[in-house]
Design a binder for this molecule. Structure first.
Ligand code: IFM
Length: 446
């Protein structure tokens, strides 16, 4: 394979999220989140795993920041736990929660690593869920209050902000599919929640600007690359509908200030969109400084003959990884070029991509995750092809720095470049960590 070089200043990083790594769920004034509740619901999470301890990062953060140094990365994407900062519905700010992130940011800067802060990675305070959660419009204002509290404490040192991680999952996996917290299965609620998530993003962007934010502000969406399974007209139409559901319901409002023209037809039996108030879409489309893309899935799509209004079916991948997803690096190239051609000229960052494997420490003490190395090599090359094709791609953050709590899959599915032995909390580099460290240091692939 040919050698590739990335532009000077290209940002190599690693990503995590609060509930997946921190543990310490009832320390220093943290309140319960919807994931503390959901993970205790019988049958919701494989084996009933919870994030109570996770990677114990709340206590081991210094050692974890040293892993980033070993990895040679210039940036670290982590999320702030809303229920640590504003634990209750009364809106009172818990300074001990902010203290933790203050130490983390200083620890990163002391190591020469740039913080990228995600404000919402799915851990809504349970107290707000009890008042209606994302289905309730006032939650958007609570999010702004929380974002300003975090910005007030960290704003002088954070160069990259992300309002939300993956509104698709927060809205649709959490409120329609029921596989994530809060575990609802109502499509009207899901679309309402989506609108309020996007509105919260837009309001937060405006509020951070008014508060004098000096860092860049963006949002991260998980996007897919859908293709019809056959040239049949019905499959092509189904692909357009799946694309609405997985991509355009986010990209269109964020970058065109409107829901897709085919959204009212798709949702005609579900909602009349009366939750959209005057001015909402202009707020949602507030200009961002950069756009984060999480890419995991390329889908082949078939029509569901039983439902030609909304029906689509994803064809199961013939070579699934343990998470059921196939490996299709070309989809990353497609997503990056599509967003850059059709939606926005702001710089793009791959804020996540990764592969779940059942990694283990072998009798020689090695973790030979060669499939992950191949996965990253393919995706890094796809990202580079996008650069060559004119995409303004400025960073690449694998998911994840270390194994962690993989939501409804619990601890059995491992995404990390560092292996975590949960019983002893020992971190060990996998082969992928060594591979990625070489890439990040060289800014090139041989
Ligand atoms: O672990 C998740 C992460 O929280 C959000 N993006 C996808 C990852 C892998 O499923």
């Amino acid at each position: 394979m040919s050698a590739i070089h990335f532009p000077d200043g290209f940002l190599w990083g690693a990503a995590t999220a609060a509930y997946q790594i921190e543990g310490a769920v009832d320390e220093d004034g943290r309140g319960p989140s919807i994931w503390d509740t959901f993970s205790r619901r019988p049958g919701a999470v494989l084996r009933g795993d919870t994030g109570d301890i996770a990677c114990d990062h709340y206590h081991r953060w210094e050692q974890d920041l040293d892993l980033l140094v070993d990895l040679g990365v210039g940036a670290y994407r982590f999320s702030v736990a809303w229920p640590r900062v504003v634990p209750d519905a009364d809106g009172a700010v818990n300074t001990r929660g902010l203290d933790f992130y203050d130490r983390l940011v200083d620890g990163l800067l002391a190591r020469g690593i740039s913080p990228m802060v995600t404000l919402y990675h799915w851990d809504l305070p349970q107290a707000l869920q009890d008042l209606g959660g994302w289905a309730e419009r006032t939650t958007t204002d609570r999010f702004v209050d929380y974002a300003l509290a975090v910005h007030g404490r960290l704003g002088d040192r954070v160069p990259h902000w992300l309002t939300l991680n993956e509104p698709y999952c927060a809205a649709f996996v959490g409120h329609l599919e029921g596989r994530h917290a809060p575990g609802l299965t109502d499509e009207a609620t899901a679309v309402t929640a989506l609108h309020h998530l996007l509105l919260a993003h837009g309001k937060a962007v405006e509020a951070l600007r008014a508060d004098g934010v000096t860092g860049q502000v963006g949002i991260t969406c998980n996007l897919t690359s859908p293709h019809p399974a056959t040239a049949d007209e019905a499959d092509v139409a189904a692909t357009t509908r799946l694309d609405l559901y997985e991509n355009r319901m986010f990209l269109d409002p964020l970058f065109r200030g409107a829901y897709p023209a085919d959204a009212p037809a798709y949702y005609r039996d579900v909602t009349d969109f009366s939750f959209v108030h005057d001015g909402d879409l202009a707020t949602i489309a507030a200009p961002v400084d950069y756009f984060g893309i999480n890419y995991y899935e390329r889908h082949l799509v078939r029509a569901d003959p039983a439902d030609l209004v909304r029906g689509w079916q994803r064809v199961p991948d013939p070579h699934p990884t343990p998470g059921g997803i196939g490996v299709h690096p070309e989809g990353l190239h497609e997503v990056l070029t599509r967003v850059s051609k059709e939606y926005t000229s702001v710089p793009l960052v791959v804020t996540e991509t990764g592969i779940a494997l059942h990694d283990y420490v072998d009798p020689n003490g090695e973790i030979r995750d060669d499939e992950r190395v191949a996965f990253y090599e393919g995706h890094v090359r796809a990202a580079h092809r996008a650069l060559e094709d004119g995409v303004d791609l400025v960073g690449f953050f694998p998911w994840s720095l270390m194994d962690n709590y993989e939501w409804a899959w619990g601890y059995g599915y491992r995404f990390g470049m560092y292996h975590v032995d949960y019983a002893t909390q020992t971190r060990r580099p996998k082969r992928s960590a060594h591979w990625f460290a070489q890439l990040a240091r060289a800014n090139a692939l041989g």
